[in-house]
Write a new protein. Structure first.
Length: 94
């Protein structure tokens, strides 16, 4: 089997295991965020992502990481148009 296919299968297997876990370690979060473990340590050290520390080990709640990933939603053009229409309707000049 080619090395690339083997690596992809390993990644898929790891993602399936992560989906079944509620508490993740640094390696799991790196896979979930598609970044390096060093990057996860940096995000935790700068208090950018929510984490828990027990001794020297960092742990993360999967739900909190997923919430963190989606916290800065940008409004779509349709959302902005709806907001503009609502504003115009409720703030008519007299």
């Amino acid at each position: 089997m080619s090395e690339a296919i083997y690596e992809r299968l390993e990644r898929i297997e790891r993602l399936l295991l992560i989906a079944a876990k509620n508490v993740l370690n640094v390696a799991d979060v790196a896979i979930l965020l598609d970044c390096t473990k060093d990057n996860v340590y940096h995000l935790a050290n700068s208090n950018t992502i929510p984490y828990y520390k027990r001794g020297k080990h960092l742990y993360f709640k999967r739900a909190e990481i997923e919430e963190w990933q989606t916290q800065n939603r940008f409004a779509s053009t349709t959302d902005l148009q709806t907001q503009a229409n609502t504003y115009v309707k409720t703030h008519k000049r007299k």
